[in-house]
Design a binder for this molecule. Structure first.
Ligand code: VGL
Ligand code: ZN
Length: 199
């Protein structure tokens, strides 16, 4: 058994004051820092979009944030501009201890496809490389924390379980956007995929 901790998107834009702030998103940082002590393999992810990314409402004529559109890969929620490559908003929250991480993975770099999951882009086909990294390190068990419970944590956890990892989400170390019932839908999807939700 080899466990890895995956810390999802603890970035300024998802914390209070950021472009896509999750309520109390920063409140989980101290406990996540402490949790890292229990792991030998730690990966951090960053949502890392080019300017004008197709998931931004500002890139779609006549659309406002939180409206949805049909993309070739399915329905896409449109977001305020966030986590633009190299900006302060895309940086890690300043209190997050990034030192113990052996891997920092950036996702959402393709202008035409969003990438909620740390494993695949939203076409559910294009890999980010995380699976290869974890396999080559002998990882069998994946534990997830971070932001946001109902989007990037959810998609990452479902993919991890489908890839065969024994997968847990520590819910008290996540915070949700909770858009139109998205949190309860995400919890159901994770449970259906075989993810263990720990509080
Ligand atoms: C996320 C919406 C858009 C997330 C990223 O990290 O959950 N949500 N981009
Ligand atoms: Zn994003």
């Amino acid at each position: 058994m080899q466990s890895a901790l995956i810390v999802i998107d603890l970035q300024n834009d998802f914390c209070p004051g950021g472009a896509l702030a999750v309520v109390n998103g920063d409140s989980i940082v101290p406990q996540i820092n402490a949790k890292m002590n229990d792991y030998n393999i730690i990966a951090l992810t960053q949502d890392w979009h080019p300017t004008g990314h197709s998931s931004f409402a500002s890139s779609q004529a006549g659309k406002s944030p939180l409206e949805t559109i049909k993309m070739p890969y399915g329905v896409q929620v449109l977001w305020p501009d966030h986590c633009i490559q190299g900006t302060r908003g895309a940086g890690f929250h300043r209190s997050l201890n990034t030192n113990p991480a052996s891997l920092i993975l950036r996702k959402g770099c393709n202008p035409r496809i969003d990438s909620y999951s740390a494993f695949f882009e939203n076409d559910h086909k294009t890999p980010t490389g995380l699976h290869g990294y974890l396999q080559s390190r002998g990882v069998t068990d994946v534990d997830l924390v971070g932001l946001a419970t109902d989007f990037c944590v959810n998609f990452s956890a479902v993919d991890a379980a489908n890839l065969g990892y024994k997968t847990r989400v520590f819910e008290h170390l996540t915070k949700a956007i909770d858009l139109d019932g998205s949190l309860s839908a995400a919890r159901a999807a994770m449970i259906a995929a075989g993810v263990t939700l720990e509080s």
